[in-house]
Design a binder for this molecule. Structure first.
Ligand code: UN1
Length: 506
């Protein structure tokens, strides 16, 4: 596999980068190909002392970087984007190899990294503040945005590059440095992409803006949450851990950006265009083997369409090619590990016990040449929205079909889960579409009409409400979270009037 060498990945790799790769001394971490179970390579993790070294280097880089003008920072981010463009093929293949999503989706993920670099480059000339009229004569007021500091970024296995890129491109443009703690399931993706961007940053003396530290919860992750040197922690992962992170970081007045679980519903109205519903559902429920936080987990179907949707979906599920994600033609790759397969099996059994009916899938599969892989057939179950299993996120290709009778019930069921990330309605009626997007419609951070729940563009703010954690990343004005706001009042007159008309003395 030439692309591994091309991305600077060896058999044993350092787990810490701070402007240069450190000679780490922690425990060895193996990483596996989820399609075959074979070991790909190993990483020597960082110890607590090495973690400290990384954070110190990132802090030092921040001290210099924040003084560089925004547009000059943006120009370096532009060059980072170009470096990613040049290695899109290799990086996409690395994602497919280590995470298991199909190569098409791997390249799509790298494209998100490139897109956010472009976005951040433009943003570097648009870090706009406001001016406001002062109530005092001879005074002016403005609000401006300054770099915040070193940002801790903790990412999950399922988007092993893009979520780091969303955070980093914005953070760098905003004048911050980043310390990245990736998922222990996908450390090579982290090492590979750092190796692509670091020549650009190192040439400018700013390698440590892209600091990386791979290590255990005890040695690294727990310390990051408590680390006063990091004013912002951006965390992607389960709602359960997200709540813990929120508490820990808030306890030291740090800020968080939380991207936690989703339980995304797609509503099919009786006037929906079925030729769009089917492919949208397949991509949403089966894409990335159901391991996106935006994966379609609940298909809410009008009762008059229920039988038709069910039958067409079951037929479509029969045709899904499950196999090696590196092979062209594969639509569904493996789950990340054995625990994920067992988890899906548990959810199916629990849903059955609650009264759910399994229509298709759920069994383990062994595609040819992938004997040690963690494959399952994507599953569809008829279920009720109030089942405990339906209320929680199973990170696997498990789709619940839920009937409803009218728009009121559809919205109530749709919003009747603890999570609030992404949502969609399929309808050809503008009234229903607009109602879904209105204040009495979807309660999610993302609400779509006639497109599925997953595959958001980087230009919009990405994130969700309720147990999803409330954070927003990537586009729109998400950048403001990576900066500190300063309100400035300037007296250009020769008197000193007080606000609120207060007369003090005289
Ligand atoms: C995630 O699953 O953590 O909207 C991110 C999407 C992708 C990002 C998903 N652009 O599906």
């Amino acid at each position: 596999m030439d692309f591994l060498a091309d991305l600077g990945i060896a058999d044993q790799n350092s787990g810490a980068y701070a402007g240069e790769w450190l000679a780490t001394t922690g425990a060895s971490l193996d990483t596996f190909n989820p399609a075959t179970g074979e070991r790909i390579a190993s990483v020597t993790q960082a110890t607590a002392a090495e973690y400290d070294q990384v954070v110190d280097a990132a802090r030092e880089a921040f001290g210099r970087w924040r003084a560089i003008p925004g547009p000059a920072r943006g120009d370096i981010v532009r060059r980072v984007g170009d470096a990613l463009r040049a290695k899109k093929d290799q990086l996409g293949k690395l994602i497919a190899l280590e995470m298991g999503k199909i190569a098409q989706e791997g390249w799509g993920e790298v494209q998100e990294c490139i897109d956010i670099a472009d976005f951040a480059t433009g943003l570097s000339r648009q870090l706009y503040g406001l001016t406001m009229p002062s109530e005092r004569p001879g005074h002016s007021m403005k609000e401006q945005w300054h770099p915040l500091g070193t940002v801790g970024v903790m990412t999950a296995f399922n988007f092993p590059m893009a979520v780091w890129a969303w955070n980093s491109a914005l953070a760098w443009t905003c004048g911050d440095s980043v310390v990245w703690k990736p998922s222990p399931k996908t450390p090579l993706c982290a090492i590979g992409i750092i190796n692509v961007v670091r020549p650009v940053l190192e040439a400018e003396g700013f390698g440590a803006l892209a600091s990386l530290v791979i290590g255990s919860n005890e040695e690294v992750a727990g310390r990051m949450l408590d680390d006063e040197r990091m004013p912002l922690i951006s965390f992607t992962g389960s709602s359960e851990i997200g709540k813990y992170v929120a508490g820990k970081v808030a306890g030291r007045f740090g800020r968080t950006i939380l991207e936690c679980g989703g339980n995304n519903g797609l509503i099919v109205m009786d006037d929906a265009d079925m030729n769009m519903v089917l492919p949208a559902t397949l991509f949403g429920a089966v894409g990335t083997a159901g391991q996106r936080c935006t994966t379609t987990r609940r298909l809410l179907v009008h009762q008059d369409m229920f039988e038709e949707v069910k039958e067409r979906l079951v037929r479509a599920y029969d045709d899904i090619s499950i196999g090696n994600p590196m092979d062209e033609g594969t639509l569904c790759g493996p789950l990340i590990d054995e625990a994920a397969v067992a988890n899906m099996e548990r959810s199916i059994a629990a849903c059955k016990a609650e009264g759910g009916v399994l229509l298709r899938g759920g069994e383990r599969v062994q595609p040819e040449g992938c004997e040690g892989g963690h494959f399952v057939a994507p599953a569809i179950m008829i279920a009720r929205n109030d089942y405990k299993t339906v209320q929680s996120e199973t990170f696997a290709p498990l789709l619940y079909l839920i009937p409803f009778k009218d728009m009121d019930e559809a919205v109530a069921l749709h919003n009747g889960v603890p999570q609030g990330l992404s949502s969609a309605i399929f309808t050809t009626d503008v009234r229903k579409a607009e109602r879904f997007l209105s204040a009495i419609g979807s309660d999610c951070g993302i609400a779509n009409v006639n497109i599925g729940t997953s595959g958001a563009e980087i230009g919009g703010a990405f994130g969700g409400e309720k147990d999803t954690g409330g954070g927003r990343e990537s586009g729109s004005d998400s950048w403001k979270q990576y900066m500190r706001r300063q309100t400035c009042t300037i007296n250009w007159g020769a008197d000193l009037p007080l606000a609120q008309g207060i007369q003090f003395g005289e």
